[in-house]
Design a protein around this ligand. Structure first.
Ligand SMILES: [Zn+2]
Length: 89
């Protein structure tokens, strides 16, 4: 059985394997991870990724209190870019 999730930006519903997943783990560490922690799902297209990093959308989706620090956001964006480039090949 497939688990359906929706994108935190556009709300599109797809099986969770089709999304990128960002997860917040105990202690507040945020990683791109297919499982564990509290997850936020994102379409792999560029628009949803850039929207997710605007304002506090990602912080809200992950239930982070306040803002996610800039270094973490940059690291996540870099990692997402790498993943997207791999998937395009
Ligand atoms: Zn989306």
């Amino acid at each position: 059985m497939e688990s359906i999730r929706s994108c935190i930006v556009c709300g599109k519903k797809l099986p969770k394997e089709r999304f990128l997943r960002i997860a917040k783990f105990k202690g507040g560490r945020i990683e791109i991870s297919p499982r564990g922690g509290r997850g936020a799902y994102l379409c792999s297209d560029g628009e949803c990724i850039s929207e997710a990093f605007k304002g506090e959308r990602l912080a809200k989706a992950l239930r982070v209190k306040g803002k996610i620090d800039a270094d973490t956001l940059q690291r996540l964006r870099d990692e997402l870019e790498v993943i997207r480039k791999c998937e395009e090949k």
